[in-house]
Every structure is written in structure tokens, then in C-alpha cells.
Design a protein. Sequence first.
Length: 264
Amino acid sequence: ASSSPPFSLPSSLSCCTHVLGFSQSAAANMAEEAKKLAAYSAVDNNVQNNQAVGVGSGSTIVYAVDRLAERVRQEKLNIVCVPTSFQARQLILQHGLALSDLERHPELDVAIDGADEVDAQLTLIKGGGGCLTQEKIIAGNSKCFVVIADYRKDSSVLGEQWKKGVPIEVIPMAYVPVSRVIAKRFGGEVNLRMAVSKAGPVVTDNSNFILDWKFEDVQNWSEVNTAIKMIPGVVETGLFVNMAERAYFGMEDGSVKVRKAPAN
Ligand SMILES: O=C[C@H](O)[C@H](O)[C@H](O)COP(=O)(O)O
């Protein structure tokens, strides 16, 4: 049913909302372009014939799968794809790519995935879409893990741009004690992620819950990651430390910035 708005804007202001709406959609288009640039560049520079490829999750990976499918058609590449989520599996099937798994391909040549934030050391926050556990398994079993992102994810330290916190997948019965332990030991605030078009919490592809930890002051992500993983009930964290080899950022000016992991 339609209803009339409770008030109307003076005509001088309605032109401002129009301009604001336009600039918001221009910014969204620019970010989509940047995702595509990063994804195409990563696929072109990291995927070769006869490889097993890990396919990440999210909105940026959609462009990578588009490009992968295009290259398979044009160059007759023989590759198999291993998904990191239900969404990734659907993308692989929809594009007619060869679907595999870790039973048949326990070691992948390359994995490509998005990220919510990337710092100067290539430490990542992932799991904004709830897919972190399978993503980490795939990244951890790949010879090379490559990240694709737009300029909004490029930070010097974590938390600079991404304000939703670190996602942590937990066994449902443990979500309260795990939340309490994290807040007590590391500070900040921990929230159970709630679903949007369903009553109750988000349920992951692995039938677990997601906690979002809004951290305050963290110096050593490797230590914090290990400590959180040791809490009974934690399945996995969205912290990817020392895993990514390269990150491709699509930039606002149409270029692609590549960041390499620091040498150990
Ligand atoms: O759970 C979701 C994944 O970690 C995504 O790769 C991450 O959230 C980035 O997604 P997007 O490419 O949509 O920004």
C-alpha cells in the first residue's frame, strides 16, 4: 500500500537530495569498477593452465569468476575450481566451470578471495559475509593466496576503514561464554550477528553462529588470533595472518595497486 510522506521538503532542498543520491550512486559505481579491475588483474596474473583454483566468496569474487570463465572459454584452459562457500559453489556451477573439492584436490595452486580490510602487512579481516572458515581452509591449502579488493579496503592498520569488527565463527551453544571471554580478555564489544530477512541469528554454511568483535587496541594480531582460536567453542576467526602473498586493489583512478607480503 502506498502512503504519502509525513512532510515534504522545500524545493531548494529536494535538489540537494537529488545531488546526494547521484553522488552516492557514482561512488558505488566507482567501487564496483574498482572491484572488477582488481579481480581481472588477479586472475590474469595468477591463474594458468592445468591449475586447481580456490574460489573465494563475496561480491568482488563475482568479477573474478566472470574473468575465469572468460579465460577458460577463450584460452581453452583446463582448470578445476574449489569453492569456499555455498555462494562460491553456485558461481562455479552457473559459469559452467569444473567443480572440485579438497578430497580430489587437497593442494590448490592458487586461491583468490576478497577481504573486508587489508593492512600494510597483508593481515586481513574476512567474514563480513559469514564465509570465513571455509575460506581459511582453502587459503591454507593453496600454494599461493591472492586477495582482491577495492580501494576502500586498503588500510595501514586494521580498523582504520572496517568498523564492523572481526568476525568469529562459533558453535551455537558456546556463543555467550565465548563472547564474555573475548570481551574480558581483549576488551571491546562482542555481538552476535543477527540475520536480516530471518528472525534470529545468522547461521553459517557450517550451521554455526557468527560473533562480531569490535576490538579497541590490538598490537599483535598473530597472538590475538591464536589466543581466540584456543577458546573452547571457537571454530575459526576472520583474522588471516601471514597467509596472503599478494593483494590487488582496484583504485579510484582506474589503476591497480599490488601489495606484496613482507619478506620473512
Ligand atoms: O564472508 C565473506 C568473505 O570473507 C568476503 O570475501 C569478504 O567479506 C569480502 O567481501 P566483498 O568482496 O563483498 O567485499
